[in-house]
Design a protein around this ligand. Structure first.
Ligand SMILES: Nc1nc2c(ncn2[C@@H]2O[C@H](COP(=O)(O)OP(=O)(O)OP(=O)(O)O)[C@@H](O)[C@H]2O)c(=O)[nH]1
Ligand SMILES: [Mg+2]
Length: 205
């Protein structure tokens, strides 16, 4: 769970964007970086892409973001993406270490449904290998690329990906136009802060 430094009143939260290759994870981060409104220039760090070839992430993308989201606490959000290509599984496991919240980005194109489902199962398996259970981690779904002509209906994607005991918030998106990008991020942030406040409350009590 998040790193809470009581001395410096700092909360550090790690959010990982997960999903199949080319579904639009890096694009989400690029849009956040380009369009986020911050109180001061220092609040938004540089976006770092480690080992990228053309538009494929080979290691991860990283972007830090600071906010005074909870009274008295400086909150540092660390946004990461994983490489979606199947062969980079060890890297995905590495990036998932210490994860607090997950955005699962699915590709809405009909012919990507199998890849979406396999990537979602891969997420569950990789969390298991870290002794984590998806049911214990706040996560949201994003159905990206809604601008394309050959997309599956939202209901079908919900049936495939949002079918666990507890349904989670899901958002249609066109990341290239920044549609749905902030809706998705704001929700995972809200869920994480909620979890933190509840934990904090219990600790104080
Ligand atoms: N039409 C359309 N294209 C998109 C959308 N979002 C992303 N793309 C394009 O899809 C391609 C892949 O996007 P990325 O953001 O690099 O995908 P990724 O999930 O980071 O891919 P990996 O790093 O390989 O896992 C790029 O050419 C994007 O411009 C969208 O909403 N609509
Ligand atoms: Mg990428």
């Amino acid at each position: 769970m998040a790193i809470i430094n009581q001395a410096t009143k700092e909360l550090q939260v790690k959010i990982v964007y997960y999903g199949p290759a080319k579904c639009g994870k890096t694009t989400n981060l690029e849009q956040v970086h380009a369009n986020v409104q911050v109180a001061s220039p220092e609040a938004k760090g540089k976006m770092v892409s480690l080992a990228t070839s053309s538009d494929r992430t080979l290691f991860f993308d990283f972007m830090p973001l600071e906010a005074m989201a909870i009274k008295g606490y400086k909150t540092k959000f660390q946004l990461y993406t994983v490489p979606g290509q199947v062969i980079y599984n060890t890297t995905r496991q590495l990036v998932l270490r210490g994860v607090d919240g997950i955005v699962f980005v699915a590709d809405s194109q009909y012919d990507k449904m199998q890849e979406n489902v396999e990537s979602f199962q891969n997420l569950i398996d990789n969390l298991k290998s870290l002794k984590l259970n998806l049911d214990d981690i706040p996560y949201v779904l994003q159905y990206n690329k809604r601008d394309l002509p050959n997309v599956a209906p939202i209901e079908y994607m919900e049936f495939l990906l949002n079918n666990r005991d507890v349904q989670v918030p899901s958002f249609p998106a066109t990341a290239t136009k920044c549609e749905g990008v902030f809706e998705t991020m704001n929700m995972i942030v809200r869920m994480l802060l909620h979890k933190f406040i509840n934990l904090g409350g219990r600790k104080i009590a």
